[in-house]
Ligand binder design. Sequence first.
Ligand code: AMP
Length: 376
Amino acid sequence: MTTIGVLGGGQLGWMLALAGYPLDLRFRFWEPAPGSPAGRIAEQVTAPYDDPVALADFSEGIELATYEFENVPVEIARTLAQRIPVYPPPTALETAQDRLNEKRLFQHLGIPAPRFALADTWEQLLEAVEEIGLPAVLKTRRGGYDGKGQAVLRERSDVERAWSLLQGANRILESFVPFDREVSLVAARSVRGETVFYPLAENYHREGILRLTLAPAPVLSPAMQARAQEYMERLLQALDYAGVLAVEFFACGEELFANEIAPRVHNSGHWTIEGAETSQFANHLRAILGLPLGSAKPLGRAAMVNLIGAVPDTATLLAVPHASLHLYGKAPRPGRKLGHITLRAESREALDASLTQILSLADCAPGGEGVNGPSH
Ligand code: AMP
């Protein structure tokens, strides 16, 4: 029996373990916070990531390590990699942790992305505003997620406000992309080089947090899917990748601009549990273990709605046709992802009535103020 060590113990880890148990896999999670979703169903080392005793406890007896959270220290992944295989490769983690590295990689690989400039000092920010123009988005290079660590600059008077909001961090300024839609591509590449691609999914955010994913993306053209796969292929090759990789894009018509990569299973891929022949979680495990990958073919149409801040009544949610409920066992807190619902049916029409019900129950109907916009 193989034991896989996972850095991080959130809901992504929990779903990885659930996908791994049918393959007789065991899991050990390293997560600083007690009572994590993954800790509900697997062994958890609860300690800060700089604790050397915890490192020894965690690595004892594991054959392979992966991560489910992007902001784990890359040094831990590197230290582990000296002893056991660590997938995705720590370089991918390092790249994803710094928006500058990410943007440079896109540039190097010829993948279209928003224009960007460094904005570490006030003078640099003013120069960057001159170079990029407005509107633009100021972002911290590290540690930002779910729309945190960013501010939109629409006019000159926003520059100072954005600067004071993101004090004390390295920053980049990037051009604001007037996108029609946000889409993401999830792919899995195995250590043996086999690759599968899920269909592009369309994502709706509010206050920078993903609320709704439609998969396959309703307005998907074969050309757009092919283009996204081509960009993904370049990234997978360049990073010598194994595991699941997600890339978020801004779509302007048929054009795609890469926003960011996530070297892990991704929230916009949760629909694959019910909505694809093989889930992203199962394929991540197959990929890092060198097992044959499963088909990424969608089974009809799916919609995934995140439950954020509060969870509606279980019976009410389950009464909605086509609904599957996933609750992460986390304490409610504003802005916190507590669970998700997947709706799956043979056609979009069959999903629509259910989706309307779920969106009103989950209070996250897209189209409201702030949808698809960064939080500040
Ligand atoms: P991020 O943390 O980079 O994924 O940004 C969170 C959300 O802010 C994205 O999903 C977009 O809705 C929005 N956003 C981020 N960067 C830009 C940009 N350069 N242009 C337009 N919208 C953006």
